[in-house]
Write a new protein. Structure first.
Length: 155
């Protein structure tokens, strides 16, 4: 999906899949040292004694990787602008996991009078190589309507 998407291009039930992204231990440590310096993210040896029983990525790292996959696979015109987001991490991401994103449009709302943006709700499930969800995100997005000079309605 290389073309920019406008509100009019989205419909309920629309499904998009991303490419696969592999996460390495070094990336997990680097992200954690910068943004979530907890031992189960930064120290693979000490992580064995944690609740996770081994080295895991920060949930925020998973969220950042998901965002990258979402931007690449659902190229919204004007950018992906979140209005409301709900996140769940049902299982951890571990070194060597191969992540991919499946996104489904759950709702689309037209712009309010005088606005050039409507809303779309997207449920984004990040899966590992075993098809297990590692993150579930539901995001309400502000999405531009197609401008009149590009075949949209009145400006």
């Amino acid at each position: 999906m290389a073309e920019k998407l406008y509100l009019e291009d989205l419909y309920v039930g629309q499904s998009v899949k991303s490419r696969v992204l592999t996460i390495e231990a070094e990336e997990i440590v680097a992200f954690a040292r910068a943004y979530d310096p907890q031992y189960f993210h930064t120290d693979p040896e000490a992580a064995r004694k944690s609740l996770f029983g081994g080295h895991v990525a920060s949930g925020w790292h998973t969220a950042a990787l998901t965002m990258r996959l979402l931007v690449e696979s659902v190229p919204i015109a004007g950018g992906l602008i979140g209005v409301k987001v709900e996140l769940a991490w049902p299982r951890p991401v571990r070194p060597g996991d191969e992540l991919r994103l499946e996104s489904v449009i759950e709702s689309v709302s037209p712009p309010r009078a005088g606005s050039d943006r409507g809303a779309a709700t997207c449920r984004c499930t990040t899966l590992n190589q075993r098809d297990e969800p590692v993150q579930i995100m539901t995001a309400k997005l502000a999405v531009r309507a197609r401008p009149a000079d590009e075949g949209g309605g009145p400006a």
